[in-house]
Design a protein. Structure first.
Length: 251
C-alpha cells in the first residue's frame, strides 16, 4: 500500500480538541502515514516573549539566529513530542524526528533578490529510504521541518515545503495539508477541485493569499513531481475525504 503524507499546521497543534481527534482519525485511515508538522503560532508567541518581532515574506518566516534557537526549541521539542504523545496514546507507534536526524532533509539558504532570509532554508533533498524503512516496521514518523544545511547549520524550512518534498521522495499516493479551514474557499464555500490554471488565477486576484499561498504552491509542486493527489482540508475533511483536491488538468 502506498503511503500518504499529512502536514499539520501550527494553528491546530495547540488546540487540545484537535489533538484528541487527530490520533483516532489517523488510526482510522489504516494507511502507512508520514506526518510533517509546523508550529508557527507558538514560535511567534515565544519570539514576542523574547522581544523579537516575527517577520514574514510571502507567508514564509524570516529566521534570524536568535529566532532559529526558538524554532528548534518549539518545533523539535515541545510541538513534536506533544504530537507523538497523542499518537502513542491511541496505539500508533509514532517516532518524533527532525530533518536534521540522519540527514533526513538537506536544505540550503532560501535565496531572495532583495531580502536576506538568514536561516530560512529550502529543501534540496530527502532521504526517502529512511522513512520507507520506518513505515515497513509499522512506525509513523513525525517530522519537525528543521533541516540540515550543507554548511552544517540548522535551517528553518517551511513545513509545507518539507511535506511536499517528503511526499515526492517516498512515492506517496496523496499529500494532505491539514489547516483550520475545510479547503480553499470562494464566497465562503469550499472549492472541491482546482487545476493549476485556476489556482494561479485565484492567487492573482487575491482570493488565495498569505499563508495559503505556499500551501497551494506546494500542492501544485507535488503534482508536478508525480504525487497523484494533493488535498487541502481540515480534520473533518480528512475523515470524510472532503476538502479541495488539486488535479493536473480538467481531464
Amino acid at each position: 500500500m502506498q503511503p500518504i503524507v499529512i502536514k499539520i499546521g501550527g494553528n491546530e497543534i495547540d488546540d487540545p480538541n484537535f489533538l484528541l481527534q487527530l490520533a483516532p482519525t489517523i488510526k482510522g485511515l489504516n494507511t502507512p502515514t508520514v506526518i510533517v508538522h509546523g508550529g508557527g503560532r507558538e514560535i511567534s508567541n515565544l519570539q514576542k516573549v523574547m522581544g523579537i518581532e516575527p517577520r514574514y515574506l510571502d507567508g514564509v518566516r524570516i529566521t534570524d539566529e536568535p529566532s532559529l534557537a526558538i524554532v528548534e526549541m518549539v518545533l523539535c521539542g515541545s510541538v513534536n513530542k506533544r504530537l507523538v504523545r497523542h499518537l502513542l496514546a491511541e496505539g500508533i507507534d509514532a517516532l518524533g524526528i527532525s530533518g536534521i536526524d540522519r540527514g533526513l532533509v538537506r536544505a540550503e539558504k532560501m535565496p531572495h533578490p532583495t531580502v536576506d532570509m538568514e536561516f530560512t532554508g529550502e529543501v534540496k533533498s530527502v532521504r526517502g529510504e529512511i522513512l520507507l524503512d520506518f513505515l515497513k516496521q509499522g512506525i509513523t514518523p513525525v517530522i519537525a521541518p528543521v533541516s540540515l544545511g550543507s554548511d552544517n547549520h540548522s535551517y528553518n524550512v517551511n513545513a509545507d515545503h518539507v511535506a511536499g518534498a517528503v511526499a515526492q521522495a517516498i512515492g506517496a499516493s496523496k499529500i494532505v495539508f491539514l489547516t483550520n479551514v475545510e479547503g480553499v474557499l470562494l464566497n465562503d464555500k469550499v472549492i472541491p477541485t482546482l487545476t493549476r490554471e485556476k489556482t494561479l488565477d485565484l492567487i492573482a486576484d487575491n482570493t488565495i493569499f498569505g499563508g495559503m499561498i505556499p500551501k497551494v504552491q506546494t500542492a501544485l509542486s507535488a503534482l508536478d513531481s508525480g504525487v497523484p493527489q494533493a488535498v487541502i482540508t481540515n480534520l473533518t475533511g480528512l475523515k470524510t475525504h472532503g476538502g479541495t483536491v488539486f488535479t493536473r488538468s480538467n481531464a
